[in-house]
Design a protein around this ligand. Sequence first.
Ligand code: GLN
Length: 615
Amino acid sequence: MKYVLVTGGVVSGLGKGVTASSIGVVLKACGLRVTSIKIDPYLNTDAGTMSPCEHGEVFVLDDGGEVDLDLGNYERFLDIKLTRDNNITTGKIYQTVIDKERKGDYLGKTVQVVPHITDAIQEWIERVAKVPVDGGEGPADVCVIELGGTIGSTILVRHNNNGILDAGDIESMPFIEALGQFSYSVGPGNFCLVHVSLVPVLNVVGEQKTKPTQHSVRGLRGLGLTPNILACRSSSALDENVMEKLSRFCHVSADNIITLYDVTNIWHIPLLLKEQKAHESILKVLNLQSTARYLNLDGWTARAKLCDTLRDPVRIAMVGKYTGLSDSYLSVLKALLHASVACYKKLVVDWIPASDLEDSTKEESPDSYEAAWSLLKGADGVLVPGGFGDRGVQGKILAAKYARENNIPFLGICLGMQIAVIEYARSMMNLEDANSTEFDPDAKNPCVIFMPEGSKTHMGATMRLGARRTHFQVKDCKSAKLYGGVKYVDERHRHRYEVNPDMVSKLENAGLSFVGKDESGNRMEILELPGHPYYVGVQFHPEFKSRPGKPSPLFFGFIKASCGQLDAWLQNNLTTVASKSPVPRNIKPKPYENGNAKIRIKNGSYYANGNSVHA
Ligand code: GLN
């Protein structure tokens, strides 16, 4: 097993995760099998309890692992399926060591950070790196490890002499020590360290500044880690003399200094790495030159260019709670993007804070109310994503009602599906007090109820998590057709509440159709509203399995419907495609209208900015 460790210096938010995923992409494109591990030095055991407002979305894996959103990047970029153990946190490591200590495994020894915690980290990495994640047999060739947080800044702070240690630096220490030992034990030729750093430009002089990178590399070395490759983030390509300077002061050969300047969309990052032969540098460090084949990135090149040339917009209203940080819905945004690109449309997402649609906002802040409704009314499609808690629920209900009554394509995910059911019961069945027991435990007409899989008493273990099967009940419904006429699909779940089985027949008699259910027939998985252009609610989260070039079928259908093309598309495709998913699997760029086929690199914020819609 060969290891590529990706660390970050100077500041966070540099796009280290995207860089690490892109390194995986170029290595995979050289014919190597790649897996990945993300290390998050925080104490939480997993991301399940962390606020999406602070940390971005909680990504869910097939095995039910609730993990950092960077694992989503790896899954999407490398088209792999990771396990919960591919996300290491301080909490998990300490828990393992403490459990071992309680069992008496340390035989009377004093248990310490070094060597017990550091050993546990190394053992974890070695064990998990061997687990196949690409559907193939046996371990991958290369494991890309991303260490969260920044390193080297401790030194910077000490130089400042203000004596403040950054909290992140303290948390990272055991991992840095463990990785230093690990690089030594796996030996040269098996370990490549890529340090992602920032080269800022001072506006006044317009000069690219190397000092922060120098400091961070010095800090890294001081901690026992030697970078083989420097990946420098900057707004524009690094000047030749800046590269030379970095090479001289950081002791990294000029060939191994990669300039990662801002690009129009993140699918360009693997291309940037290829252009600068970063793969060759990595393969050389890892002694893999003879094993690797000629690098082929045709699919990525086509998609990255296509994405830049799309002009015709499709406007999607996202009616959610955490609209302040778009990373809270990162996978939903990605899935929308994958689907829009597959439909040759430029995705425009209009964020609507759900509570702004409510009557109370009309009185308190009429401008916000007007703005929210005008965005909703201008949308080609309405999406209500997953969520917890009752803030904004009424606004989401109003959005679902608007989409239903006005024949606007609607996709409700998890809470979004539950909202659609509540809205339908209230509007179409005269059950004005219909509700979810999540919001009203004493609801007289509980159309959504607590349906845990595990314990009914311990909240911590009641979530229905990970891949579960949905069996189609109706053969010619839209969702079954979009999935390619298969009998069942496995999608990922993360919820406690579900449609009340006792109310299903009443809801169906009133016109809603539950076209997908679990194997027991008790859990409603997919709803459709017959006769509507696209009114689909899903108890699962299809966004987690969407990939660039392989959009999630339900997102694809949603975007097609939002462009007014779904029915025609379904007819065309179902007559020509016998079974299997008819959703395009390999999207080729259309001819460019303006001959603008070259990769256009301009100063965009797509790469590093978590708030932008990137691939
Ligand atoms: N809060 C709802 C539940 O627990 C929906 C969860 C979600 O949207 N992920 O069932």
